[in-house]
Ligand binder design. Structure first.
Ligand code: ZN
Length: 276
């Protein structure tokens, strides 16, 4: 039986406030909400139905993890508004079990809900995760990583992206997962950042996480402000990845590219999934 995606739905667990012009240098010095995007998939894989998530959004665990200094700085720099946690939103839709959570990268707005999913497996790079986790707490915090958000048995339940089948791709390191997802390595913004490409009926999507904050960086070559370099894990790699995404976008004009915090792209994804 052929593997395929049977269902796909966008979930927003909340948002954080930050400056628009950090994401896009053409914008005014004005605060805006950065939505926390997750996507749910129902996948038919080798005759079995699997429930899969792209990122886990915010949850109350973010507030616990940032209750005290120095972690409190994280919550002060990016004040978070939580709607409902992803676990709660999924339960409302009758989804009570998640098999796999794909982690695009380890910033709190992407891993904030991991602790709510006790039975799930996680998908990321083992070596990159270990590098991040072995830093002392302050250095990890500087990388935007809150160790408190990682479940104790994380490594036992980790599917290592680098152990998956590698696919030839001239632009990105690419891996095939569950026969229906193509995982792209998107270095620069954060350690162990990966994007997820998929096809849902006629809709082709590439979720690029925070490889850019706004689609205009890819489509109109508008760069983030210089101050953003301080936030990146590796600004040289960030711009290399951006260039590759610009080439990918030109070569694949039919693929909807969705940065996790770009509201116009999220709206296109919601509409696209409904109509696909
Ligand atoms: Zn991020």
């Amino acid at each position: 039986m052929q593997s395929k995606i049977i269902k796909a739905k966008v979930y927003i667990t909340g948002s954080c406030k930050s400056y628009k012009n950090i994401a896009l240098s053409s914008e005014k010095l004005q605060k805006t909400n950065f939505l926390a995007l997750s996507v749910y998939f129902e996948v038919l894989f080798k005759g079995k139905v699997l429930n899969v998530l792209f990122d886990s959004g915010y949850s109350k665990h973010f507030f616990n993890a940032t209750a005290k200094f120095p972690n409190k700085l994280y919550a002060l720099i990016t004040p978070v508004k939580l709607k409902k946690s992803l676990k709660e939103l999924l339960e409302i839709d009758g989804i009570n079990k998640i098999d796999y959570i794909f982690i695009s990268h380890f910033h709190a707005d992407h891993i904030g809900g991991l602790l709510d999913f006790k039975d799930s497996f996680f998908v990321s790079s083992r070596s990159e995760f270990e590098k991040l986790f072995n830093k002392n707490n302050l250095l990890a915090l500087k990388n935007g990583f809150l160790k408190e958000l990682i479940p104790d048995d994380f490594l036992e339940k980790l599917v290592d992206i680098e152990s998956l089948t590698k696919i030839k791709n001239e632009l990105f390191d690419e891996f095939l997962w569950l026969d229906v997802f193509r995982i792209f390595r998107l270095d620069g913004h954060a350690k162990a950042q990966f994007g997820l490409a998929f096809k849902y009926n006629d809709l082709e999507v590439l979720l690029v996480s925070d490889a850019v904050w706004d689609i205009k960086s890819i489509e109109e070559n508008i760069k983030p402000s210089k101050i953003a370099n301080l936030l990146f894990d590796d600004s040289k790699k960030f711009y290399e990845t951006l260039e590759k995404l610009q080439i990918f976008s030109k070569q694949n004009p039919n693929v909807l590219i969705v940065p996790s915090h770009c509201e116009s792209s999220i709206n296109k994804l919601i509409k696209g999934l409904k109509n696909a």
